[in-house]
Every structure is written in structure tokens, then in C-alpha cells.
Design a protein around this ligand. Structure first.
Ligand SMILES: Cc1ncc(COP(=O)(O)O)c(C=O)c1O
Length: 425
């Protein structure tokens, strides 16, 4: 079994619609390292797309899941409830920003959390409309796609989508979109497309993930909060990529000091065990009638046990603080590279949600998509797994586990520098 033979089997057995960033097959992983089927070792700056913030195979998480596995792996929370589900909900309710009492429901994937947040928002307000942002990503289900603000590849050929979904520009100064322009677009939407009184919710990623790691400023998040309050609209923070210490706080909205009505969480909440959730103000969460929410695997016992261990690990290992240290270190490294490489247009971060935007000769309007792809391939050849992203496909995002030893972070950054040099025009 090696990468080449596995690749042939994959091509024959799996549809091409399932994208793939690195044609190397993982066989083993530990903290921030992955080994492939050819026995090669990689430093992992992908974390399974922002999932293993606590590293691969963290001993505390493994032990918690093993202990739960000894008890049972599935009974279905809608058939016979179990304590880890309640305990994890209690913990998240206490951690969620704001003083309003909270409730939490667990699902399985991020997209499913988004689906449920919209269901709850519509049930609570009796309104149909939802406003999302261009460049945003909210998942691959029908509602997830409808809310996602990027057509290729996520929406191509898959419509029609649910109705009453509207997009406005996400504020991204580097792309020439100001906060005022974004807020203006919402005001115009209320005049031209849907009256505010028919809008159930505005959903926003506090830092766009797939869209390119553009962060909404605290002032913008506060403006959205007051706009929502004025019109009786619910504010949904999609924290699926930003959550669980990644941005230097448990949740990214904390940087803005606001309380969202609903939050969607998934990915890093259980270190790789599939579980997601909607956390929200209790009265809103209770709007849906009995039986209206749920799913066979929602809040799986293994996911709940892992989630509880993840929260303890974040606390015990001070991972919010560590995210800030990691982000600072990557920014310093990349800013130094930017001095001598005009291909790096911008370096940006919130905690350890760090990205560099690659452009041609310092021109923000000339995204360097080819170099971005070449850089990802070159880094892999040299033993570093990177991820690209961005509405224009020209952003490298750094998502190392927050538990990565600093010397491995530096080793990875040195590989990044070498690969960057090798791809300079
Ligand atoms: C912000 C955001 N929302 C939703 C999703 C969808 O999550 P999942 O892939 O678990 O369905 C993602 C996944 O990347 C995401 O980043």
C-alpha cells in the first residue's frame, strides 16, 4: 500500500466531486505531525480544516472517548438521553458570550448546525428572510449552499436553492469593500428586496474561513448587533471555523463584545469526532416545537465525551493564549518575508487564524492563483501540509494545531519560506 496505488483505487472508487487538497494518504498522526502511506512525515498546518486545534490523538481526548466507548457508542439522544450530552450543553451555555440564559442542541456536521440555526430563527421570529455575506461559506446542504456566497465550486449545478436568502458584501478593506459599503448594502436590500420586518436573521462568520480569513471588525459586529436589535432580526454567528480558541478567544465574537442570538459550532469542538451544535438564547432555542429538531446521530455520546475533554484541554493548556502566541509568530515570520517578496500582498491574523494573500507584484487587484497552488504543492514536497482558501483562490491559511510545539511551528515556517522562494517568479 503506497500513495500511488491508493490514488488509483481512489480515482476508480470515489466521485471527483469530493475535492482533495493533497494526494497523499494519511496513515498515522500525532499532535501536529502526519505520516503518509509512503512513510513520509509532514508538519500539519491544516488541522483537518480547523478541527484538530487540540492536536491529533490528544491523550486526554482519546481517553475520554475510550471510556465512553466502554459504556456505549449510541443509543440516540431522542430515545434515551445521556449525561455527557447534558454536561456538554451546560458547559457551552456557560461559555457562550453574554448574560442571557442559553440552551444548546447538538447535531453532527457544521452544515447541519447551520440548517438548524435557520430553522430555529424562522420558528422564533415567524419570518422567512435570511441575510448572508458574499464570500461566506456555510456548508454543502441545500440551505448551507443557499447561504454560501460563492458559486464555483460550491453551488454550480446544484440549484434551485431555498428562497428568501439575500447576500450583501462582506467588509474586506484589502478587497476594497468598506464597512460602510457593507452596511449600506443592507439598507438598500431593505428598500429594494425585502422589508426588514420579514427578515428572520443575519448570519455572519466573524472571520470568513473558506472566504479568505477576512475578519469583521468589532465595530462592524457591533453595528450588526444594533441593526438586528432595531428591526427584531436575530444575529447568528457562524463560529464553525473560528470557534474553540482558534482566534485567541473561545469564540471570535468575544473580540467584539457582543452577544449573538444564536451561534453555530462544530469542527474543533470535539477534536475530530463528528459533532456540531447550535447554542442560543434559551427563549429562542425553545421556539421550535417538540420533535422539530434533532437527528439520529445528533450529539453522539463519543462526540460529547470528546467535546468535554476538548474544553478541559483548552483550559488546562491555555490554548487561547497559545493561539495568540502562534499567530504573532507566524505574522512576524511572514511580515519579514513580505519585505523581500512583493508577491505577499497582505499578512493578517486574529489569534491563530492567520493568512497571507498572494498577488502579482504587490498589486491587490492581481490575485496570484497559480503561485498559490504551486506553493501548496511545493510545501507538500518539502514536508508541510498547507491549505489555500479565498474568494479569489489566492490565500494561504495557517491552521496549525494550537498544541504544536514551537520548534515544529518554526520548522514548518522555514519550509514555508523555502517553498515561497522556490515559487518566486
Ligand atoms: C464557517 C463554516 N460554516 C459551515 C461549515 C460547514 O461545516 P461542515 O463541513 O462540517 O458541514 C464550514 C466548513 O468548512 C465552515 O467553515
Amino acid at each position: 500500500m503506497n500513495n500511488e496505488t491508493l490514488w488509483k483505487r481512489r480515482e476508480a472508487a470515489i466521485p471527483r466531486g469530493l475535492g482533495m487538497m493533497h494526494p497523499v494518504f494519511a496513515t498515522r498522526a500525532s499532535n501536529a505531525e502526519i505520516w503518509d502511506a509512503d512513510g513520509r512525515r509532514y508538519i500539519d498546518f491544516a488541522a483537518g480544516i480547523a478541527v484538530t486545534n487540540t492536536g491529533h490523538n490528544h491523550p486526554a481526548i482519546k481517553a475520554a472517548v475510550a471510556a465512553q466507548l466502554d459504556n456505549f457508542s449510541h443509543v440516540c439522544a431522542q430515545v434515551t438521553p445521556y449525561e455527557p450530552y447534558v454536561a456538554l450543553a451546560e458547559k457551552l451555555n456557560a461559555l457562550a458570550p453574554g448574560e442571557t440564559p442559553k440552551k444548546t442542541i447538538f447535531l453532527t456536521t457544521g452544515a447541519e448546525a447551520v440548517e438548524n440555526a435557520i430553522k430555529i430563527a424562522r420558528a422564533a421570529t415567524g419570518r422567512p428572510g435570511v441575510i448572508a455575506f458574499s464570500g461566506g461559506f456555510h456548508g454543502r446542504t441545500m440551505m448551507g449552499m443557499a447561504l454560501t456566497g460563492k458559486v464555483v465550486p460550491y453551488k454550480t449545478g446544484f440549484g434551485p436553492f431555498p428562497s428568501d436568502i439575500y447576500h450583501v458584501p462582506f467588509p474586506a478593506p484589502y478587497l476594497g469593500i468598506s464597512e460602510a459599503a457593507s452596511l449600506d448594502a443592507i439598507a438598500r436590500l431593505f428598500k429594494s428586496d425585502i422589508e426588514a420586518s420579514r427578515v428572520a436573521a443575519i448570519i455572519i462568520e466573524p472571520v470568513q474561513g473558506e472566504g479568505g480569513f477576512y475578519a469583521a471588525s468589532p465595530a462592524f459586529m457591533q453595528a450588526l448587533r444594533s441593526l438586528c436589535d432595531t428591526h427584531g432580526i436575530l444575529l447568528i454567528a457562524d463560529e464553525i471555523q473560528t470557534g474553540f480558541a482558534r482566534t485567541g478567544a473561545m469564540f471570535a465574537v468575544e473580540h467584539a463584545g457582543i452577544e449573538p442570538d444564536l451561534m453555530t459550532v462544530a469542527k474543533a469542538m470535539a477534536g475530530g469526532f463528528p459533532i456540531s451544535g447550535v447554542i442560543g438564547k434559551a427563549a429562542i432555542m425553545d421556539a421550535a416545537g417538540p420533535g422539530g429538531l434533532g437527528g439520529t446521530y445528533g450529539g453522539s455520546p463519543l462526540g460529547c465525551a470528546a467535546g468535554l475533554a476538548v474544553l478541559e484541554t483548552i483550559e488546562r493548556e491555555s490554548l487561547c493564549q497559545r493561539a495568540i502566541e502562534i499567530g504573532d509568530r507566524i505574522v512576524r515570520h511572514c511580515e519579514a518575508l513580505r519585505q523581500s517578496d512583493r508577491g505577499i500582498g497582505e499578512v493578517r491574523t486574529l489569534g491563530a487564524m492567520t493568512a497571507v494573500e498572494l498577488v502579482v507584484d504587490g498589486d491587490a487587484d492581481a490575485p496570484d492563483v497559480a503561485r498559490t497552488a504551486a506553493l501548496v504543492a511545493e510545501a507538500r514536497k518539502r514536508g508541510l501540509l498547507l491549505l489555500s482558501c479565498g474568494v479569489r483562490g489566492n490565500v494561504i491559511r495557517f491552521l496549525a494545531p494550537l498544541t504544536i510545539p514551537m520548534e515544529q511551528l518554526d520548522e514548518g515556517l522555514d519550509v514555508f519560506s523555502a517553498a515561497l522562494k522556490a515559487t518566486a517568479g
